[in-house]
Design a protein around this ligand. Sequence first.
Ligand code: GAZ
Length: 271
Amino acid sequence: MSLPELKRPLVCHIPVCPFSQRLEILLALKGLSDAVDFHVVDITRPRPGWLLERTEGTTAMPVLLLPDGGVIKESLVILRYLEEAFPEPVIARRDPVERAFERMLIAHEGPFTACGYRFVMNRDPDARDAHVERMLEEFGKLDAFLTRHNPDGTYLFDRFGLAEAVFTPIFMRFWFLEYYEGFDLPQTADYARVRRWREACLEHAHVDQVSREEIIKLYYDYALGAGNGALPEGRQVSSLVFTPHWSARPWPPRDKYGRAATDRELGLLAG
Ligand code: GAZ
């Protein structure tokens, strides 16, 4: 396929990618899901030529293609662009100080995401405890920030806003830590504030673009240390493929440190 002439901005994305779910959540909050078109890219195959031409060779998704030829990369930048290009209803904070606090919390997302990502991809059982500790440290930082800025509230401010759109997809991906690592936040006062935030984020009406089952099944290869559509040893088909559809596949084994499941056991062979 070649790129048709665009009438509206086009987001090229990988379904189930947390970075593109942020954009979907923001548009849903605004009631503007139709303002932007989405084009699905298969992460297990090489990117189409028309896309590489527009991105000048970079492969990370999401990218936003503008009708005038412009290209916007990086989910947080695209998020900001959408907030400003479609200003009503406002989702990000307007007050300069509140905006700064919002951005400070959002600045935690990189280390937070990377920490969970390294944890799920770890292959060394002896390193597990250290990963748990680092993950709790990251949750602890979020707890401290929320406690400082809104001790009695649920969200960072009075409602689900930009920071929540940024973090919720990551909280959802971290269901894989619960499934493959048996990791969850301890039920202690130390994490009560971030737990309350996370629960409200996960229950919000506009975050239903992906399900827990889809995440667990598609991210199996991450749990084996193979990210971004790479193939674990001995396998022919990535757990991130579109067909067979995830809903038709069995749940993967929880034990990521034991024997890895085969393509057949994972329901990845068509027919
Ligand atoms: N900083 C970029 C942004 O837009 O915010 C990151 C974009 C990105 O890494 N996109 C990935 C990609 O396109 C797909 S989503 N990779 C292919 C390529 O060619 O670069 C899941 C995670 C995670 C990190 C990444 C992903 C994921 O840690 O789904 O949870 C397992 C990749 C939480």
